[in-house]
Write a protein that binds this ligand. Structure first.
Ligand code: UD1
Length: 381
């Protein structure tokens, strides 16, 4: 299989530096931060929602970035826009479209660290197609780790998820809580966390940070990059946004009989810009703390918000009415999930700055400017 993938890569060829705007290579920024720390970061899945916001922040912080992304669930337009938003630092970004982590062997760079976002993430689909999820998410991560080890790059930040807390017995969730997975997608996150711990145990040169994201929402304040799911959105805010721009008729609220303030599910929504900032904090930790092994941190705000509160904040921000249809609970949904943020605050010196009003303002700004995401009515369902 690896051989096949290799051939596929060679035939199609990773689309190295196709867009002039994305080429970095020789020219280096003269910014003082970069002169002091000219670190080069490989970002898998960097064209995606969280990836693109993180890449922008990395460039703004003076890092050089190489994105590898299959573009299966993301758009090259996001990469172009990140390069534009970054201004002069945009020249420090390169993009390679690759299909398999074997292809990483062909990326002609040496990296100081890897941020690994790439992976499939639709919970429902993972239940229908578990082998696709195990194959894609697990195998690609193992190959990535092998390639990293072969190239002597042993600094990794991995995108885990609050989904590993399952239905928590109490809140806020601390990193020490027992873990469980309600579906194959969650299972891949759990297994990858374990793989990372094993890898570190086997070789003390590895430094790995596992970031458990709570519920990322919002968009860059420019309204230039944001979330653009393919097909019918599974998550709350992308769905709300599509109702607001009249791509969908009404939001189905999954359950109003939970033991919560208004009966609807409670989550810890976090602005994607804060989340991106959490990755910069994690990288700094990797580079500056020689004693770090494999550590896990929650990235959330520590505040719980119900579905109805979120809808109401969005209506206020957008001036749009979101029609609701009440329905039964969605299988696998927990009642209340929010983060303990103490460990990230203490050890990463990071905390979220934005509240739900800013999240909804920026989500709406993105939706209003890009009602069809990066595509057009013809390209989207
Ligand atoms: C979901 C996934 C989780 C994944 C995360 C990624 C499930 C069961 N969980 O988390 O594994 O890591 O997305 O972002 O899919 N809601 C509605 N109507 C909708 C959509 C959602 O009422 O159309 C409600 C849900 O019941 C929940 C809240 O909104 O109470 C948030 O849902 P969602 O955005 O899907 O996030 P999670 O369920 O927390």
């Amino acid at each position: 299989m690896a051989q096949k993938a290799l051939q596929r890569c060679l035939q199609k060829g990773p689309s190295i530096n196709r867009k002039k705007a994305l080429v970095l290579r020789e020219r280096r920024s003269s910014s003082s931060i970069e002169t002091m720390t000219p670190k080069e970061i490989l970002v898998t899945g960097g064209a995606g929602y969280i990836g693109s916001h993180t890449v922008l922040q990395l460039l703004q912080e003076g890092f050089r970035v190489v994105i590898v992304d299959s573009l299966d669930n993301s758009s090259e337009i996001a990469v172009e826009r990140v390069a534009e938003l970054a201004g002069d630092a945009g020249k420090n970004l390169a993009f390679h479209q690759i299909w398999d982590s074997e292809c990483l062997n062909f990326v002609p760079h040496r990296f100081h660290a890897v941020i690994h976002f790439a992976g499939l993430k639709a919970v429902g689909e993972s239940v229908q197609k578990p082998l696709l999820y195990y194959n894609n998410n697990l195998i690609s991560t193992v190959v990535l780790l092998e390639v990293m080890a072969a190239h002597g790059c042993k600094n990794l930040v991995f995108s885990s998820s609050a989904t590993v807390y399952g239905w928590p017995e109490q809140v806020p969730c601390t990193e020490e809580f027992p873990l469980s997975a309600a579906n194959p997608y969650g299972q891949t996150k759990l297994i990858i966390e374990d793989i990372c711990r094993d890898v570190r145990k086997s070789d003390s040169e590895w430094k790995i940070i596992l970031l458990r994201y709570f519920n990322p929402v919002g968009a860059h304040p420019s309204g230039y990059i944001g979330e653009d799911p393919r097909g019918i959105p599974n998550n709350l805010m992308p769905y709300v946004q599509q109702v607001a721009v009249e791509r969908r008729n009404a939001l189905t609220v999954y359950g109003n009989d939970y033991n919560t303030k208004d009966g609807t599910g409670v989550r810890d929504y976090i602005h994607v810009v804060d989340l991106a900032d959490g990755h910069i904090a994690a990288l700094r930790k990797l580079f500056e703390d020689s004693g770090i092994g494999c550590e896990v941190y929650n990235l959330g705000t520590g505040k719980g918000t119900s579905v109805l509160e979120m809808v109401s904040a969005f209506e206020k921000a957008s001036g749009k009415k979101i029609p609701l249809v009440m329905a039964g609970r969605r299988a696998g949904d927990a009642e209340i999930v929010y983060a303990s943020t103490e460990k990230a605050e203490r050890e990463l010196s990071w905390r979220a700055k934005y509240g739900i009003n800013e999240m909804c303002r920026d989500q709406w700004n993105w939706a209003n400017k890009n009602p069809w995401g990066y595509g057009s009515p013809e390209s989207q369902s």
